[in-house]
Ligand binder design. Structure first.
Ligand SMILES: Nc1ncnc2c1ncn2[C@@H]1O[C@H](COP(=O)(O)OP(=O)(O)OP(=O)(O)O)[C@@H](O)[C@H]1O
Ligand SMILES: [Mg+2]
Length: 341
């Protein structure tokens, strides 16, 4: 339908969220948004574990939000997601699609017939024999299971995009810095390092806020719900007893190490790019003291990403709690911006 942009739909491990915009010239006006929580275990790191529960949550979201369309652009993420730079033969689009599996099969950790493939050129192909770009591969079954659940909920999948690319679209700041966008979710942390919008590395780290809560609960001998409250309220500062601060510091260490190793890899690889700014988002990034700790431990400037920076008319949405929605909303916002492009 002319003028209607598909809704950005992010199926996270802790909630599903949707964002609707209206495109006017080069601006995107926010018209609607909403989210419903998911029980733990329904979706794990982008993989559907309980399809019926997901379908019912999607129906609930649509019933509550009165979006103007059922067309959605769906975000996908997966622990086995591969995004890597490579060069392939410069062929017309149709031939490229046919030959891509043969050209890249050696680069994939899983069988090529079990993967959905995409190639995004990073340069104008011109008449060169090869073209440099990003090879994207995701397990086909996992994407199909997501699409199936969404369609069972009565929605129509107008497009699918990688969650990290949506993140880049919503939250990147375009300037001379090498910026790492880090979306810390419940079970997945997406890391996209880019230079002026061009992705340099994309990583899906299977760690997030749930792991931090679980580690604190085990260490302090607390039920998970109490550890979650402690984490959200006091974070790395602790509640006054050194034991809680120590438990929180230990709980975030594995994630911190993953970030460090991604940045080191980029600095030591062919391109030798040094990350100069980290922009955090995702619910997990709200942990008190975490931004300061990343800044101190990785010796890099850390800020919170402004995922709503490309949206206009957010004043009314603020009255409906948009500011509380924004920290986890980067992917859903970026998906609908991509659909409107
Ligand atoms: N104030 C807070 N301090 C610390 N952690 C928080 C805070 N608020 C939310 N979180 C954590 O954020 C996580 C949820 O983040 P988010 O909503 O971005 O995840 P998701 O997108 O549903 O999941 P994923 O991206 O992993 O699939 C939970 O682990 C939760 O404990
Ligand atoms: Mg998420």
């Amino acid at each position: 339908m002319a003028g209607v942009t598909p809704i950005g739909l992010d199926i996270g491990s802790s909630s599903i969220r949707a964002v609707e915009v209206r495109r006017t010239k080069d601006e995107y006006a926010l018209t609607n948004f909403g989210q419903v929580p998911l029980e733990a275990g329904v979706v794990r790191s982008g993989v559907v574990a309980d399809s019926a529960a997901l379908v019912s949550a999607l129906k609930q979201l649509w019933a509550a939000c009165k979006f103007t369309t059922k067309h959605v652009r769906l975000g996908v993420t997966n622990p086995q997601l591969v995004v890597r730079e490579t060069s392939v033969s410069n062929l017309p689009a149709k031939e490229m699609r046919r030959s891509l599996p043969f050209q890249v099969s050696d680069l994939l950790p899983t069988a090529v017939e079990k993967s959905l493939l995409d190639f995004r050129p990073l340069e104008e192909p011109g008449v060169n024999p090869t073209v440099r770009g990003l090879l994207v591969a995701v397990p086909k079954d996992a994407v199909m299971a997501l699409v199936d659940a969404v369609e069972k909920a009565g929605l129509h999948v107008a497009g699918v995009d990688l969650a990290p690319f949506a993140l880049l679209r919503a939250a990147s700041r375009l300037d001379a810095q090498v910026e790492a966008l880090v979306d810390i979710g419940a079970e997945v942390t997406s890391v996209v390092v880019h230079a002026d919008g061009e992705p340099l590395i994309v990583r899906t780290v299977p760690r997030g806020g749930s792991e931090i809560t679980d580690a604190m609960a085990t260490r302090l001998g607390l039920p998970a719900a109490e550890a979650e409250t402690l984490k959200c309220r006091f974070g790395l500062h602790g509640d006054g007893s050194p034991a809680t601060a120590d438990a929180a510091a230990d709980a975030v260490r594995p994630l911190l190490n993953e970030l460090r190793s991604s940045f080191t890899y980029l600095a030591s690889g062919e391109r030798q790019k040094q990350v100069t700014r980290v922009a955090l988002c995702g619910g997990g990034a709200l942990m008190p003291g975490l931004a300061e700790l990343v800044q101190e431990k990785l010796s890099v400037q850390v800020m919170y990403a402004d995922s709503a920076a490309r949206l206009r008319d957010i004043r009314k949405a603020r009255e409906r709690g948009f500011d509380r929605f924004v920290p986890s909303a980067a992917v859903s916002i970026g998906l609908t911006l991509g659909a409107a492009a």
